[in-house]
Design a protein. Structure first.
Length: 276
């Protein structure tokens, strides 16, 4: 993976020094999040309790939580097109933009409004997620559409589209998206209208893990890290794992308590089939 060369700018927020420092800080924060979430259940979804304080409608929460990253990357892409004379309209940059925004368009403007029921999301969880999404949107968009074209113009040329890292990464990303979308579909259709019972998902990748949607999510960002071959992409994959792997562990134990007989029979894993 290529890391930008050191460069000093008058405006600190746009300097590579600041960008590299931010990457390092977020890697460390990810580690802290990973350890913490093995002791504290993030209070949304199945793990929500009143101790997390005021809550808002789940649909509104998801929209407010995910939309900022979509908009930040859209802004950074659009400003880069003018700044670098159209370089980011070339195929590799356009593909990066399309794949990233495709995911977040679905998460921001489609997924929240497919949710059923009247579940709520703690405001504090939403606020922390908004903060992370703003930072992550800045990191991904600024690297891809501002730093890379300026300081590593030889990296994302048209030839990158035939590089094995790009091809394999794109395949992994799309596979993860399919797993993610299908897993969300399975969960949405567990209950019939009016049914309030809890069920163990059994279709798709839920045959192997209890958090198939999280499996899809981390698979997507593993693919994105490969197809961009960047520290920014690696950070996104790392932080996704630090957040979702401990949460998958909590959900695993929740299901284990609710459906002990099925667990013994199915030998389910948490998030990685046959492994964890």
């Amino acid at each position: 993976m290529i890391r930008p060369q050191k460069h000093y700018c008058m405006d600190k927020i746009y300097s590579i020094d600041f960008f590299n420092d931010l990457l390092f800080i977020m890697f460390i924060i990810g580690l802290v999040v990973f350890i913490t979430l093995y002791f504290v259940d993030a209070g949304y979804g199945k793990m929500r309790t009143e101790k997390w304080g005021p809550a808002i409608n789940n649909k509104i929460g998801w929209f407010l939580m995910e939309a900022p990253v979509f908009l930040v990357v859209l802004y950074l892409y659009s400003t880069s097109v003018g700044e670098f004379g159209g370089i980011t309209t070339k195929a590799p940059y356009w593909v990066f933009f399309l794949l990233f925004e495709l995911h977040y368009f679905q998460r921001s403007f489609v997924f929240p409004f497919l949710l059923k029921g009247n579940s709520k999301m703690p405001v504090v969880i939403m606020a922390l997620s908004v903060l992370w999404n703003l930072i992550n949107g800045y990191i991904q968009g600024f690297w891809l559409f501002h730093l890379a074209p300026q300081y590593c113009p030889e990296l994302y040329t048209t030839a990158w589209l035939t590089d094995p890292r790009f091809i394999i990464g794109t395949i992994i990303f799309l596979a993860g998206m399919v797993i993610n979308l299908h897993s969300d579909y399975v969960v949405r259709h567990l209950r019939k209208p009016g049914d309030t019972n809890h069920y163990l998902p059994k279709k798709g990748m839920y045959k192997y893990v209890t958090s198939a949607n999280y499996l899809g999510e981390i698979t997507e960002w593993l693919g994105f890290a490969l197809l961009t071959w960047s520290f920014a992409g690696l950070l996104f994959f790392w932080f996704s794992c630090c957040n979702l792997v401990p949460r998958a562990n909590s959900i695993y134990h929740k299901y284990e308590e609710e459906f002990p007989d099925e667990f013994d029979r199915k030998k389910l894993k948490r998030i990685i089939p046959f492994i964890y």
